[in-house]
Design a protein around this ligand. Structure first.
Ligand code: KG4
Ligand code: ZN
Length: 362
């Protein structure tokens, strides 16, 4: 089975070809970073126009790289939501047109489901059920993944997603967009014990997350350091990117923020593992996915947690953690194999919780 995947729900235009034998025949990702960087965040209108300009070429390049004609495909999978609606519409129209002209099955993939199943593309032993920690720019959830389309959300964020907290903290520190990777790099140079930031929800019952209090604490610290000036902590230091902080301050705030965010995430994951175990006895499998799963400090901490909790950690390679179309194509393979195809009339959705994903053929 060979499936084309299309992803246009945020700021990556992507097309990939994947087989049910777990081969990635092509995986093209075009980042719109440069187009959004001047604005310090994704501008939906710019994103939609850019997807429109590039998606045809990316599909063609993916097919060329796979060495296949479009007629060789067994299905066309596309992210139908959740995401920025203009971009999702571009992908959906592209996929619907291809499916209609080629007379191939169409698979409407939930972007979160694509992240949730991505580990099964690279790890043959990632059998159901598993506990998923899904950490992206828009979502932060702990999910019991029981089967394709069968997801029980154990915990979610009550305010910001963790990736959003990374991005906003990075912005406060004058770090370049996108914030997550830049903040991680700064954190690796800094002292994570210098500021004792709150670890929101730690020790609370349940498995929900919260990051807004941490973000506020960081903002207050940044204001205090800026008022004191870059020289207050580092003699002769210069102002970093107009923040009023020295480079050392920036690195220490980044490291202290990352330490708090990782500790809070670990605590919630520990609670979810305990709950998962009451339903699924035996050695639990813990899977981390989504853009923030590329963070090395988080991966190392989860590895340690898995060790102490007697769980097995599976993480897709970083390139499959951030947005890509191979995960969409793979979700398409999984759904097509179960007869879960969709009509040409499906509506793109800006919001689409995992719990609303269809598990049974129509
Ligand atoms: O899954 P993803 O590519 O897109 C969404 O579906 O949101 O996740 C993007 C998020 C952004 O917030 C980005 O800053 C964050 O993942 N991210 C990271 C790292 N790489 C990407 N956060 C922390 N450390 C990283 N290395
Ligand atoms: Zn994503």
């Amino acid at each position: 089975m060979i499936v084309l995947g299309i992803e246009t729900s945020c700021d990556e235009t992507a097309a990939a070809v994947v087989t049910d034998g777990r081969e990635i025949l092509a995986n093209k990702v075009l980042s719109q970073l440069d187009e959004h960087a001047p604005y310090g965040g994704v501008v939906p209108e710019i994103a939609a126009r850019s997807h429109l300009d590039h998606i045809d070429r990316l599909v063609r390049e993916a097919m060329d790289e796979a060495g296949l004609d479009l007629r060789a495909l067994d299905g066309i999978a596309v992210t139908g939501g959740p995401g920025l609606i203009g971009g999702v519409m571009v992908g959906a129209i592209t996929a619907k047109t291809l499916a209609q002209v080629l007379d191939k099955p169409l698979i409407n993939v939930n972007h979160l489901e694509a992240h949730a199943l991505s580990v099964r593309l690279t790890e043959a032993e990632a059998d159901f059920p598993y506990l998923l920690l899904l950490v992206t720019g828009g979502h932060c959830q702990l999910v019991s993944v029981e089967d394709v389309g069968r997801y029980t959300v154990l915990g979610t964020t009550i305010d910001d997603a963790i990736g959003e907290a990374f991005d906003k903290t990075a912005k406060m520190l004058g770090l370049p967009y996108p914030g997550g990777p830049a903040l991680e790099a700064a954190a690796e140079r800094g002292d994570g014990t210098r500021f004792d930031f709150p670890r929101p929800m730690m020790g609370r019952p349940g498995c929900d997350f919260s990051f807004s209090g941490l973000k506020t604490a960081v903002a207050q610290t940044v204001d205090r350091l800026a008022a004191a000036g870059p020289n207050a902590t580092d003699q002769g230091a210069t102002d970093q990117a107009g923040t009023g902080l020295s480079a050392g301050d920036v690195d220490d705030v980044a490291a202290s923020f990352q330490a708090a965010a990782v500790a809070a995430t670990l605590d919630r994951t520990r609670a979810a593992l305990a709950r998962f175990r009451t339903v699924h006895p035996g050695t639990p499998r813990l899977v981390v996915a989504g853009g923030v799963a590329a963070n090395r400090a988080l991966r190392a901490a989860l590895e340690e947690l898995a060790g102490e909790a007697g769980a097995v950690l599976c993480a897709p390679p970083p390139a499959l953690c951030t947005d890509n179309a191979a995960m969409v194509a793979w979700a398409g393979v999984e759904r097509l194999g179960r007869g879960l195809t969709d009509g040409l009339d499906f509506a793109p959705r800006p919001r689409w919780p995992l719990g609303d994903v269809r598990a049974d053929p129509a």
